[in-house]
Write a protein that binds this ligand. Structure first.
Ligand code: AP5
Length: 190
């Protein structure tokens, strides 16, 4: 099994690149943002609770997200591996993921961290907001999401650096160029 975390701030291209990586390497995509948006659109109790945080650009509480991941792993016992997109987003989530995967004897193999300047992140998300219909793609909420990233999510990079699993990738350029850099790192470790 090969497990990879695609890490980076809002708008760094995690969703875009996950789609390419899944096709090429046949991994199962686990995007907590997509799972949460699905819950919101179906107006489930979890979705209604999560929406309050998402609309303000804040992270949903750890216990909610960790429970979702645990179910997702259990639903897919026989797979090549997982690509985690938008998770873990706090050190507590990273520790919980390690515990879940250790229990299955399939640890995280690599964490690919996309590096993109703040100016580029904002410009990408504002343009996406014109067509996405996402309630968090507006200037105010984008600023809050980036602030939340610096406060709570960027320490996750140090967590994986300490475990010698973090590889930084330039996240600016064409989608194909970035995909080529990501693929080279994955292929060399698979
Ligand atoms: P989530 O859905 O995970 O959003 P995010 O991390 O803010 O990331 P985005 O989906 O906005 O960006 P991305 O990095 O995937 O970039 P994309 O490929 O789309 O989370 C949303 C919310 O859910 C959170 O705020 C939180 O409330 C909650 N949540 C989710 N996970 C959670 C967790 N683990 N814990 C707690 N709460 C959680 O690209 C962005 C745009 O740029 C697109 O338009 C794309 O076409 C464009 N683009 C991509 N690559 C390029 C390129 N190379 N050049 C030019 N444009 C590009």
């Amino acid at each position: 099994m090969f497990n990879l975390v695609l890490f980076g701030p809002p708008g760094s291209g995690k969703g875009t690149q996950s789609a390419n990586i899944i096709d090429k390497f046949k991994l199962v995509h686990v995007s907590t943002g997509d799972i949460l948006r699905n819950e919101v659109s179906h107006e489930t109790p979890l979705g209604l609770e999560a929406k309050k945080y998402m609309d303000q650009g804040m992270l949903v509480p750890d216990e909610v997200v960790i429970g979702m991941i645990s179910s997702k792993l259990d639903e897919n016992p026989e797979v090549n591996g997982f690509i985690f997109d938008g998770f873990p987003r706090t050190v507590a989530q990273a520790e919980a993921l390690d515990n879940l995967l250790d229990f299955k004897n399939n640890p995280i193999n690599i964490v690919l961290s996309l590096l993109v300047t703040e100016e580029e992140l904002k410009s990408r998300l504002i343009s996406r907001g014109a067509s996405s219909g996402r309630s968090d793609d507006n200037e105010d909420v984008i600023t809050k999401r980036i602030k939340e990233y610096h406060a709570k999510t960027s320490p996750v990079a140090d967590y994986y650096k300490g475990k010698e699993k973090l590889v930084e990738i330039k996240g600016e350029g064409t989608v194909d160029e970035i995909f080529a850099s990501l693929s080279a790192e994955i292929s060399s470790r698979m």
